[in-house]
Design a protein around this ligand. Structure first.
Ligand code: KIV
Length: 279
C-alpha cells in the first residue's frame, strides 16, 4: 500500500470549502479498525494526542511523544479511504521554533501519509502556522481550551467567558489569517463560538463549543463509552462499549471456570481414517 492517501480522500481545501455549508463531521482514531469505522462516516479523522489518555493510561496529553503519534498515525492511515487524515503535533514538538515545527510536521506527514497536522495555540502560534502553511504543510489550529496547556490554564476549564472571549476571538482571527484551513474550538461558550464562526473565513470545528460551529469533533473512545475515567459535559454517549466489553469478559471468565467453554463447536477432531481436513 502506498503511504499517500487515496486519490479520493478529502484534502484540506475540500474542508475549507465547506465553510458555512454542510456540517463537517470529525472523530478521532488511533488504530486501523477504528479508523475504518470512522472513515466510512466522517469527513475528518484526527489522530489526536488524546491517545495518551485513551489508550496509554497517561494522566494528560503532556507525556505523548512524536514517536507515539507517528506509530498511531501509521496504523490509522491503513484504515483511511475517503476522509481527511490529520495528526496532532504533541506537546514539545513545535513550540520551540518554526524550524522545529517544520521538521517535526514534515516527519509526521512523510512517515504517516497524513494530509495535515493540528497544533494548539492562537496568536502565540500564528507565525509558526504561517511558516508551515507557506511551506506546504496544511495546519488545523486548536484554540479555546488547549489541553497541552492544562497547567498554565489551571485545569480543563471553560474558556472565553466574559471579557476573556476577546482573547479567544483574537486567537481565531490570528490563526485563520496565518493560513490555518480549519480551527478546532474547544470548551468555549455558545455565544463566543457563534461570533468566531461568523467572523473567520475558515471552518470552526467545535468540541464543547455548541452547534454554532461549522463542524463537530468528539473523541471516539468517549462517545462509544470505551474511555470512562471521566466524562466532560460536552460528550454524548452513543454506545456503552466499555460496559458491554466488561460483561462479555465476565461471561467468558465464568464459562471457562464452570467448564461451559469451549464446547464441541470450538473443538478440532481427528479426520475419519486419520487423513487431513481443512478445519
Ligand atoms: O487530541 C484530541 O483528540 C483532540 C480533539 C479532542 C480535538 O485534540
Amino acid at each position: 500500500m502506498s503511504s499517500e492517501l487515496s486519490k479520493k480522500a478529502l484534502m484540506p481545501p475540500d474542508i475549507l470549502a465547506r465553510k458555512g455549508s454542510r456540517p463537517i463531521v470529525c472523530l478521532t482514531a488511533y488504530t486501523t479498525p477504528i479508523a475504518s469505522l470512522v472513515d466510512a462516516h466522517c469527513d475528518v479523522v484526527l489522530v489526536g494526542d488524546s491517545v495518551g489518555m485513551a489508550l496509554h493510561g497517561l494522566p494528560s496529553t503532556l507525556g505523548v511523544t512524536l514517536e507515539m503519534m507517528i506509530l498511531h498515525g501509521q496504523a490509522v492511515r491503513r484504515g483511511i479511504n475517503q476522509a481527511l487524515m490529520v495528526v496532532d503535533l504533541p506537546f514539545g514538538a513545535y513550540e520551540e521554533s518554526r524550524g522545529q515545527a517544520f521538521r517535526n510536521a514534515a516527519r509526521v506527514m512523510a512517515e504517516t501519509g497524513c494530509a495535515a497536522v493540528k497544533l494548539e495555540g492562537g496568536e502565540n502560534m500564528a507565525e509558526t502556522i504561517r511558516f508551515l502553511t507557506a511551506r506546504g504543510i496544511p495546519v488545523m489550529a486548536h484554540i479555546g481550551l488547549t489541553p497541552q496547556s492544562v497547567n498554565a490554564l489551571g485545569g480543563y476549564k471553560v474558556q472565553g467567558r466574559g471579557r476573556d472571549g476577546e482573547r479567544i476571538l483574537r486567537d481565531a482571527v490570528a490563526v485563520s489569517e496565518a493560513g490555518a484551513f480549519a480551527v478546532v474550538l474547544e470548551k468555549t461558550t455558545e455565544s463566543l463560538a457563534r461570533v468566531i464562526t461568523e467572523k473567520i473565513p475558515v471552518p470552526t470545528i467545535g468540541i464543547g463549543a455548541s452547534g454554532a460551529c461549522d463542524g463537530q469533533i468528539l473523541v471516539t473512545d468517549d462517545m462509544l463509552g470505551i474511555f470512562t475515567d471521566f466524562r466532560p459535559k460536552f460528550v454524548k454517549r452513543y454506545a456503552e462499549l466499555g460496559r458491554n466489553a466488561g460483561q462479555a469478559i465476565a461471561a467468558y471468565a465464568a464459562e471457562v471456570r464452570s467448564g461451559q467453554f469451549p464446547t464441541s463447536e470450538h473443538v478440532f477432531r481427528d479426520a475419519p481414517g486419520g487423513g487431513q481436513v481443512a478445519n
